[in-house]
Design a protein around this ligand. Structure first.
Ligand code: 5CA
Ligand code: ZN
Length: 492
C-alpha cells in the first residue's frame, strides 16, 4: 500500500492494523517464520513502558524469577488434562546436532510443568507460603488458527506468567481476587476497558478448576482475550507432589493459581485508541509524551533572528519539560511542519507544542491534542503545569471514549432464551458477531457448539461481577434446560 494512502480504521480494521504496525514502526512482519515477528525500536519502547507498569504492580507482592525454556517430555506429559489441552500446540526439540536426543525437549507453551517440579523442592513448610513468583519470557505455541502479529503469535515474545502457591483453597481464592484487582489496575492505566467473565467449564485452561478472562472489544466488533486468571486448586500439586508441613505437623498439598498476560495488551492499546492518523497513546506508555515543533520558515516572516528566537524558546520549553520528568522531543529537523505533524501523529505522541514567531511575540505557544486534534493557546510561563493537566485530560478522554464504545457494543437483553420469538431470533442473527450479546445458555459443550454453528459466535462466559437486578435464570436457547445469562461474541 503506498504510504500516502489514507487509512480507515472503521471500514477496514484488518488492513488498518497491519499498516499501522508498519508505519508507526511497532512490529516488522517480514521475518521468514510463520507467526514470528520482529519488534522495531519504537515498538519495543512502547512494549517496555507497558510492561514496566505491569511489573511495578506485580513487584508489590510477587518476586521475579526466570525458568528454562526447555521442558523435558516427561514433565510436560505428567498432568493429564494439561497436556490434552496443549498436545497439538507444542514445538519439540528432538536433536542436538545430528544426535537424536534421548529425552525430547519441549519449548514451553506456558511454564507450569517447568516451574512446579521446582516448587516441589522449594516448598517445605507453611512458612514458605504463600509463594508468589512471576516471569516475563517468550513461549511457543504451534497455533493452527490464522496467525496475527501481537494477537496470535507462534512465538509469544512477552508472556507474563504469575504462579502462586497457598496453604488453603480460601487463600488461593483470595489470590484470584487480588489478581483481578491487579489486572483491573493495569488495564485502567492503559485506558483499556474490559469485561470479566468466568469461562465455561469446557473452555477453561487445561488443568484448571476454573478460568476467569478479561476481554475487550476490537474495532471490528470481535472480542479479544487480553488476560486470564486460573484457579488451579490441587490438580497440579497432586501431580507434581508439592506438599508443605502444616503447623500441626501434617503434610498437605498446596493450592495454586496462575495468571497470564501477553503482548495482546500492546495490540489492544494500538487497536482501541488508534485512529485514521495512526496511534493514539496514553501518556503513561507513550515513548515520547510531548513533541515540540518550531514553526519557522527561514525565508519567511521575521528573518533569521526570529528563527533563532523561536528555536531558543523551544529549547527552553524542552528543558523545563524534561526537568519535570516528561518525555519530550524537539523536532528541529529540516522537514516541513506538515511532514512532522504526520510522523508524530502516526507515532501517537499525545501532545504537540508548536511555537512560531507570532506566538513568541505574545509569550505563548500552541498545544495540539493528539486524541481530538484540538488546539489551544498556553502562556509560556504555564507550560509545565498545563502539559501535566492536558496529558491527564487526554487519558481520561480516550478512556471515556473507549468505555462508551464498549458499553454500546454490549447488547443486554431481558431473557433471550428458549422462548425467543422468530423476530428476536432474526435480530440476534443480525447482531451476533458485532460486539457482545448476552443470552441464556446452559453449561453443556454441545450447546456451545450449536451457538458456534448457528450464530458464528463463541461463549465468553458468565459475567464475573453481576449488575444489580440482572435477570439470571432462564432457559437455554438451544436445549431449553435451566440456564444462566452468558456473554457471547465472535472472538479473536
Ligand atoms: N499458564 C496460564 C496463565 S500464566 C496460561 O498460559 N494462560 S493462557 O493460555 O490463557 O494464556 C495467557 C494469555 O496469553 C491469554 O489470556 C491470551 O491473552 C494470551 N495468548 C494466548 N495465546 C496467545 C498467542 N498465540 N499470541 C499472543 N497471545 C496469546
Ligand atoms: Zn443447552
Amino acid at each position: 500500500m503506498p504510504p500516502e494512502t489514507i487509512l480507515q480504521k472503521e471500514n477496514n480494521f484488518s488492513e488498518w492494523y497491519s499498516e499501522i504496525l508498519k508505519r508507526a514502526e511497532i512490529l516488522d512482519i517480514r521475518y521468514p517464520v510463520k507467526g514470528v515477528y520482529v519488534w522495531y525500536p519504537y515498538g519495543y519502547k512502547l512494549r517496555k513502558l507497558i510492561y514496566e507498569i505491569l511489573q511495578s504492580l506485580l513487584d508489590k507482592e510477587h518476586e521475579e524469577v526466570l525458568f528454562p525454556l526447555l521442558i523435558p517430555r516427561e514433565e510436560l506429559m505428567k498432568e493429564k488434562e494439561h497436556i490434552k489441552g496443549f498436545e497439538e500446540e507444542v514445538f519439540w526439540v528432538t536433536k542436538g546436532g545430528s544426535t537424536e536426543l534421548e529425552i525430547p525437549l519441549a519449548l514451553r507453551p506456558t511454564s507450569e510443568t517447568a516451574i512446579y517440579p521446582v516448587f516441589k523442592v522449594w516448598i517445605r513448610s507453611h512458612r514458605d507460603l504463600p509463594l508468589r513468583v512471576y516471569q516475563i519470557v517468550n513461549t511457543f505455541r504451534y497455533e493452527t488458527k490464522h496467525t496475527r502479529p501481537l494477537i496470535r503469535a507462534r512465538e509469544i515474545t512477552s508472556f507474563k506468567e504469575a504462579h502462586t502457591a497457598h496453604a488453603s483453597r480460601a487463600d488461593a481464592e483470595d489470590q484470584i481476587k487480588r489478581a483481578v484487582a491487579l489486572y483491573k489496575n493495569f488495564f485502567d492505566q492503559l485506558a483499556i476497558p474490559y469485561v470479566i467473565t468466568r469461562r465455561p467449564d469446557w473452555d477453561k485452561f487445561p488443568g484448571a478448576v476454573y478460568s476467569l478472562a478479561f476481554d475487550t472489544i476490537m474495532p471490528d466488533g470481535r472480542t479479544m482475550q487480553i488476560g486470564t486468571i486460573h484457579l488451579l486448586g490441587e490438580s497440579f500439586s497432586r501431580t507434581f507432589d508439592i506438599k508443605y508441613e502444616d503447623k500441626d505437623g501434617s503434610s498437605k498439598f498446596v493450592n495454586q493459581t496462575c495468571y497470564g498476560i501477553s503482548e495482546r495488551c500492546v495490540a489492544s492499546v494500538i487497536a482501541i485508541h488508534g485512529d485514521d492518523h495512526g496511534l493514539v497513546l496514553p501518556h503513561e506508555v507513550a515513548p515520547i509524551q510531548v513533541v515540540i515543533v518550531p514553526i519557522v520558515f527561514s525565508s519567511g516572516e521575521g528573518g533569521n533572528n526570529e528563527v533563532k528566537q523561536v528555536e531558543e524558546a523551544c529549547f527552553t520549553v524542552q528543558e523545563a519539560l524534561k526537568e519535570a520528568g516528561i518525555r519530550t522531543f524537539m523536532d528541529n529537523s529540516e522537514e516541513r511542519p506538515g511532514a512532522k505533524y504526520y510522523r508524530w501523529e502516526m507515532k501517537g505522541v499525545p501532545l504537540r507544542i508548536e511555537i512560531g514567531p507570532r506566538d513568541l511575540r505574545n509569550n505563548r505557544c500552541e498545544f495540539v491534542r493528539r486524541n481530538d486534534l484540538k488546539r489551544m493557546h498556553v502562556p509560556l510561563s504555564e507550560v509545565v503545569p498545563e502539559v501535566k493537566r492536558t496529558l491527564k485530560e487526554i487519558h481520561e478522554g480516550i478512556f471515556e471514549k473507549a468505555k462508551e464504545t464498549l458499553r454500546t457494543n454490549i447488547h443486554k437483553s431481558e431473557g433471550i432464551g428458549a422462548d425467543i420469538s422468530a423476530e428476536e431470533m432474526e435480530e440476534l442473527r443480525r447482531r451476533a458477531g458485532r460486539g457482545i450479546v448476552s443470552l441464556f445458555l446452559c453449561e453443556r459443550e454441545g450447546c456451545g457448539n450449536e451457538l458456534e454453528e448457528q450464530l458464528g459466535v463463541s461463549v465468553l462466559g458468565e459475567a464475573y461481577e453481576r449488575e444489580e437486578g440482572e435477570k439470571n435464570e432462564g432457559k437455554c436457547l438451544f436445549c431449553s434446560r435451566k440456564a444462566k445469562n452468558v456473554y457471547v461474541a465472535r472472538a479473536y
